[in-house]
Write a protein that binds this ligand. Structure first.
Ligand SMILES: CC(C)(COP(=O)(O)OP(=O)(O)OC[C@H]1O[C@@H](n2cnc3c(N)ncnc32)[C@H](O)[C@@H]1OP(=O)(O)O)[C@@H](O)C(=O)NCCC(=O)NCCS
Length: 168
């Protein structure tokens, strides 16, 4: 694991879930169903948000799920999620999914899926609860993601306000 990953793990803003894909998760051609991996992505986004906010979270929004490459039975799938921006009670989480064949050493896997999640921290009554603020990152790539998350947050906040004023 590289140093920046260790720092991210310590800052409790990332989570990783890995699993081998089984025949029960696939169609007759051996392609894993998209929904199987989407479930894994949702869990992984939830884990990162729970770690960051130290409590229960729910999924409020999922966007931009992209299937870049198919995933097959027997592959090792690794989901990596990262909280990239924090509002008041919500967290923007990016999820990347890598699929490895494990046929040769040094195979880092292929980036098979990506998606963006908005997770909301809730209290025991299911009401949104405040999350610790995220400091503006100094590192270039983290800052880029932070700004992307901030734009998404502001865009959907505004959109939701307009939708609510129109009754949906
Ligand atoms: C998510 C949920 C807790 C929000 O409750 P709410 O009373 O609408 O709360 P608010 O309007 O105060 O929004 C809370 C935060 O969530 C964000 N949010 C809520 N819905 C959102 C959406 N659809 N898209 C993006 N952000 C959203 C708001 O922007 C706000 O962020 P902030 O506090 O960081 O500024 C509520 O809608 C809910 O429980 N939804 C069902 C979630 C669920 O069951 N998910 C599993 C799917 S089966």
């Amino acid at each position: 694991m590289i140093k920046s990953d260790i720092q991210k793990l310590k800052s409790k803003k990332i989570a990783i879930i890995s699993d081998i894909m089984l025949p029960s998760q696939a169609n007759a051609n051996g392609n894993v169903h998209g929904g199987e991996i989407m479930k894994m992505m949702d869990s992984c986004a939830g884990c990162a948000a729970m770690r960051y906010s130290a409590g229960t979270v729910v999924t409020a929004r999922v966007d931009e799920i992209m299937f870049h490459y198919p995933v097959f039975v027997g592959q090792l799938v690794a989901c990596i999620s990262e909280v990239i921006f924090v509002g008041s009670t919500s967290m923007e989480v990016v999820v990347r999914v890598y699929a490895e064949t494990m046929e040769k050493e040094g195979d880092d896997g292929i980036l098979a899926l990506t998606a963006m999640f908005t997770m909301v921290a809730i209290d025991k009554d299911g009401k949104p609860r405040k999350v610790r603020p995220m400091p503006v990152p100094e590192e270039e790539e983290e800052l880029r993601l932070y700004q992307m998350g901030q734009k998404r947050y502001q865009f959907f906040k505004e959109k939701r306000k307009n939708q609510q004023s129109h009754g949906f």
